[in-house]
Ligand binder design. Structure first.
Ligand code: MBD
Ligand code: FE
Length: 282
């Protein structure tokens, strides 16, 4: 893996290395590819003509695309600006009615260590500057029956906005885990409430955002991947009611159904129940 440093270049190259480690294929037919490419070029041609794109603008684009590749930022840029549309199509096409999905983003790592249904996420002493959060709930089918054998994979940023394995000097599985639900599908996870998150913006993704006067912020979020035997796995994110950037996510990945409103429990710790209903697999 690339040597990590806490910059867009460092996290970008780490995300690119991780993505490249698995070669993906899609099975797209020549006919479908032809139809898609025709539409892509037609849309681009329309934009070029509509805005009378200049030669200088074309050369800046070419230079920027080269930079995005060299900084390893294609996973970041694509997941921030395009993945939400793919995810929406994915959800709508098959009329799923279970828990809504959201984008995976560039920092998922499979095979995180298994944790029991009642657990505390792996964290360092210094991570505890963030307030504790208890996330409890049940993984069910669409009829509300608990699903034993389900797993809840959880990953999120630390208080500095860094994800383990994508920034230096963080234990490999910090704030990452695969929670195995109990016999009724229940889980109770103690973790930390993340802060609003600034995507790495000292590289070409950041220059891109500046060029149109945008901002690099995502609302505070938890990433989850919930799986159960025979059910459709759901990759999603959870957000916090009233949090900054919830209404203005640079990655356009917030859905109203995914917003939590934790309340203090008997111990004064912020706690929230969120149940995951999984669609049948197929
Ligand atoms: C993230 O943590 C994230 O969730 C997305 C979508 C993009 C960059 C960093
Ligand atoms: Fe994230």
């Amino acid at each position: 893996m690339t040597t990590l440093n806490p910059t867009a270049h460092g996290s970008g190259n780490a995300a690119t290395d991780k993505f490249k480690s698995e070669r993906v294929t899609s099975g797209t037919s020549v006919e479908r590819a032809s139809a898609i490419y025709q539409d892509v070029f037609e849309a681009i041609a329309g934009i070029i003509h509509k805005h009378e794109v200049t030669y200088d603008e074309y050369r800046v684009l070419k230079q920027w695309m080269i930079d995005v590749g060299e900084y390893g930022e294609w996973p970041l840029w694509l997941d921030v600006f395009l993945e939400h549309e793919i995810e929406e199509v994915h959800y709508n096409r098959k009329h799923f009615t279970g828990t809504k999905g959201s984008i995976e983003g560039p920092y998922y790592v499979p095979n995180s260590p298994k944790l029991p249904s009642t657990c505390t996420m792996p964290m360092r002493e210094k991570d505890k500057v963030a307030p504790p959060l208890v996330l409890k709930g049940q993984v069910t089918d669409l009829e509300g029956h608990g699903l034993p054998g389900a797993t809840v994979e959880l990953w999120h940023a630390d208080a500095d906005g860094f994800y383990s394995q994508f920034a230096p000097d963080i234990p490999e599985w910090n704030l990452r885990g695969t929670i195995e639900v109990d016999a009724n599908g229940n889980f109770e996870i103690t973790t930390l409430k993340p802060a609003p998150y600034q995507i790495p913006n000292d590289g070409p993704t950041g220059w891109f955002i500046k060029s149109y006067g945008g901002h690099p912020w995502r609302p505070a979020h938890l990433h989850l991947l919930v799986k159960a035997p025979g059910k459709r796995a759901v990759t999603t994110q959870l957000y916090f009611q009233g949090g900054e950037w919830v209404d203005n996510d640079v990655a356009s990945a917030v859905k109203p159904e995914l917003i939590l409103d934790p309340q203090p429990n008997a111990d004064g710790i912020a706690e929230v129940t969120y149940n995951f209903a999984l669609d049948p697999d197929s």
